[in-house]
Design a protein around this ligand. Structure first.
Ligand code: IMP
Ligand code: MG
Length: 178
């Protein structure tokens, strides 16, 4: 176990306080990246005392996805190309957008999404990522609200998966690479 449910709850509450303070009574749209961010969104949104709406976006990677075993051992850097597989349901022009993601790894996904969404001219654009693995970064992108910075380990739980499994673990756990 790397991060317990109690540690997660405490940190998510702190981020909720920070978002509530930063947006001072202005409404926000939480945009969660499916599927990994669903649980973080559910907990974070309930710690924010602002008028809030939800939307969801999904991406997939071009190229041949490695087997789960390879993904665990070498990571999955996609090919640098990400495509949108589900767009937002609403316009974000002039709105305060908080993009909610499970983990910031190479940065390819969030760089793509940031570019896509900022082009729609929101009033404010912020990134909330539960986890950050800065040692794996390929593109220069950082989150505005980060839960925990972690070493280069493959983690599951609290929304994060290994071949779609373990998303429902309440704690964040490491899958050993060996
Ligand atoms: P990036 O584009 O490399 O930053 O990748 C972000 C995506 O990779 C996340 O949304 C996760 O779906 C996946 N990912 C990266 N590291 C892990 C991990 O340790 N466990 C599970 N999924 C991961
Ligand atoms: Mg995933």
């Amino acid at each position: 176990m790397l991060i317990t449910r109690q540690q997660i709850a405490q940190r998510v509450a702190e981020i909720g306080v920070a978002i509530t303070r930063d947006f001072r009574d202005e409404p926000v749209i939480f945009v969660a990246v499916l599927k990994g961010a669903a649980i973080f969104l559910a907990d974070l949104a309930r710690q924010v005392q602002l008028d809030a709406t939800f939307d969801f976006i999904a991406v997939s990677s071009y190229g041949v996805r490695p087997s789960p075993d390879q993904e665990l051992k070498q990571g999955w850097d996609s090919t640098g190309e990400v495509k949108l597989s589900k767009d937002l349901d609403q316009s974000i022009a002039g709105k305060n957008v908080i993009l909610v993601e499970d983990i910031l790894d190479t940065g390819l996904t969030l760089t793509f999404l940031k570019k896509l969404l900022v082009a729609r001219e929101p009033k404010a654009f912020r990134i909330a990522a539960l986890l950050d693995k800065p040692s794996r970064r390929k593109l220069d992108i950082h989150g505005d609200y980060i839960g925990f910075t972690i070493p280069d380990e493959f983690v599951v739980g609290y929304g994060l998966d290994y071949a779609e499994m373990h998303r429902n673990l309440p704690d964040i756990c490491v899958i050993p690479r060996e």
